[in-house]
Design a protein around this ligand. Sequence first.
Ligand code: ADP
Length: 158
Amino acid sequence: MKKAIYPGTFDPVTYGHLDIIKRAVRLFDHVIVSVAESAAKNPLFTAEERVVMIREVCEIDNVSVDRFKGLLVDYATEQNAVALIRGLRAVSDFEYEFQMALVNRKLSEELSTVFLMPHEQYTHLNSSIVREVASFGGDVSPYVPPQIVQYLKEKFSE
Ligand code: ADP
């Protein structure tokens, strides 16, 4: 059974992430979407909230949702994963992703990073734009599922 891990901050999950998840499950037997707990990015939603949100909008067979701390390659090895999935939206993503992929390969030769490109309609989309628009009360429904629109509304009314 070929397992892949799709790691990320998912703060919050967007239609772009969901597009990548759907592409990944066609290539692997099982995909674990894994929320990075790292506080370095000072996320809007807690790791637990991000996990719950992904579970709510991503009820796909062969996809599970988890969280991880520490070194991604150690977590991937524990999970018996053969690949890491990352999304590539534009050339601007490439430099950072390339560097990460090479570092991860140095740390674990058996683990490959697989890059998937989302549908063109999601190439401009990222979670920080969604957070910013939502923080000013703008309409984010083109970018995130209705449940996430609701979570954002609640978060910004706290
Ligand atoms: P990270 O903090 O690890 O970049 P993100 O949640 O921003 O976490 O993204 C996780 C992964 O999903 C990254 O590989 C990122 O490039 C990809 N991604 C984010 N938004 C999109 C999108 N709109 N289309 C395709 N891939 C995306």
